[in-house]
Design a binder for this molecule. Structure first.
Ligand SMILES: *Cc1c(COP(=O)(O)O)cnc(C)c1O
Length: 433
């Protein structure tokens, strides 16, 4: 077993002071029977823990690190910005620069507001949609994660035909009842729900490429149907591209699938590894936001100069590196090809999904189209696979419901090593009962 002695001690101490010893639940490695490695540093595609173990990292801070860790250009831009102070709480020209760049990549965004987390972006977009339409209800899809805002911590309760039930303690029934939930990729269920309740629904929010039930792609016609039905009922269509924005491709899922939403939420990559996120969309809707309109939303650290600088530098680089997205996509394809071969060799049934440099592996013998399918994956095989990969120096997300990420910094050697490790891990997974 690898040495996680210091991480184990650090975790025990942390648990005295923080719920689960962490500041975001999945970091505690729930159900993995292994302490989470406590991280000391990371560079490029490699991440090092406090016991001195170095891993090839496919978590990438859950998405932002598309250039790899500590890219010299990003770090130097942040250092330079920091010398001028770390926050002003006043307008800067770089915020306009970032707004211009993002609206150029996402033509559906006519006006944008910067915030500090994806959660804030989705919460604020919903408030804007409610203010704009004067309606209360929202519709989301089971298995889509949109941050931890109250009205979004709801999935379909059993047989909940009309009202969702809260997924978390502390969410009031009143809030949950305004959230309507439909299975992802279920075109008929969605059309029926809109026929029944469309006139009361302020917004439909969706991950156009889902990344929080594993990586699940939209079936043909799904996004088109969302666009058509929301238009018909005067409902605001919100694409939550916090994960897939700048990831499936430069123009996000909306660019890839050619669908123009009314509003878009961005996060993760837009902050280049610092806390920045954004929501934006049609001018009419965004004009409802204070101080122009009556929908209130504010932030002491919104548009923070370090976060904006890191985001700008990251976006400028990914825009100018030739074939950036093609290279990432091909590396991902090669890795998954190796994993599929390893699974076939070991006689393990798996599904692999990829959208650009987002990818995942399901221990599942049937196609995975929605949350229910994702839940049917073999948890024991997953855990064995995960622990074996970790022990071999491959850092994956400790849950089958998470997406993995390729960065520009991953080398051919990284991929070869990861594929070799997968051969061993698959054999172990095959034995798991
Ligand atoms: C990560 C994520 C969020 C939440 O962003 P935070 O910055 O963690 O608050 C929202 N939506 C999607 C699709 C995400 O992947």
């Amino acid at each position: 077993m690898m040495n996680l002695f210091r991480s184990k001690a650090a975790f025990e101490e942390a648990r005295n002071y923080m719920p689960g010893g962490v500041n975001s639940p999945v970091r505690s490695y729930p159900h993995m029977d292994c302490p989470p490695p406590f991280i000391a540093s990371a560079k490029g595609s490699h991440i090092t823990d406090i016991d001195g173990n170095t891993y090839i990292d496919y978590v990438g801070s859950w998405g932002p690190m598309i250039l790899g860790h500590a890219h010299p250009r990003v770090i130097s831009a942040i250092q330079k910005a920091a010398e001028n102070s770390t926050s002003y709480g006043a307008p800067t020209v770089i915020e306009t620069e970032l707004a211009k760049l993002v609206t150029a990549f996402y033509p559906s965004i006519e006006k944008i507001r910067l915030v500090s987390s994806g959660t804030e972006a989705t919460m604020s977009a919903l408030r804007a949609a409610r203010g704009y339409t004067g309606r209360d209800k929202i519709l989301k899809f089971a298995g889509c994660y949109h941050g931890h805002g109250d009205s979004l911590l709801v999935k379909a309760g059993s047989g909940a035909a009309t009202f969702g039930s809260p997924d978390s303690a502390g969410v009031t029934k009143g809030t949950a009842k305004d959230t309507v939930v439909v299975p992802y990729n279920d075109i008929d269920a969605f059309v029926k729900k809109m026929d029944d309740e469309g006139e009361e629904i302020a917004a439909v929010i969706v991950e156009p490429v889902a990344g929080n039930m594993g990586c699940v792609l939209p079936v043909d016609g799904f996004l088109e149907t969302l666009r058509r039905e929301t238009e018909k009922h005067g409902t605001v269509l919100i694409f939550d591209e916090v994960m897939c924005g700048f990831r499936t491709e430069l123009h996000g899922a909306q660019g890839k699938y050619g669908i123009i939403p009314d509003m878009t939420c961005l996060g993760k990559i837009i902050g280049g590894g610092l806390p920045a996120a954004a929501y934006g969309g049609k001018r009419d809707i965004m004009n409802c936001i204070a101080p122009d309109g009556s929908v209130y939303q504010a932030g002491t650290l919104s548009g923070n100069p370090l976060a904006v600088t890191a985001g700008l530098e990251t976006l400028q680089m990914i825009r100018t590196i030739p074939d950036f997205y093609k290279i990432l996509e091909e590396k991902t394809k090669r890795l998954l090809g190796g994993w599929l071969d390893a699974a076939a060799e070991a006689g393990v049934a798996v599904q692999v999904h990829q959208s650009g440099s987002m990818f995942c592996l399901f221990f599942n013998d049937k196609p995975v189209l929605n949350y229910e399918d994702s839940c049917a994956c073999d948890g024991k095989k997953f855990k064995t696979w995960f622990l074996s990969m970790l022990e071999q120096g491959i850092y994956l997300a400790p849950s089958p419901f998470e997406t993995l990420f390729m960065s520009y910094a991953h080398s051919e050697d990284d991929l070869d090593r990861t594929i070799s490790a997968a051969r061993i891990a698959m054999k172990e997974a095959a034995e798991a009962k």
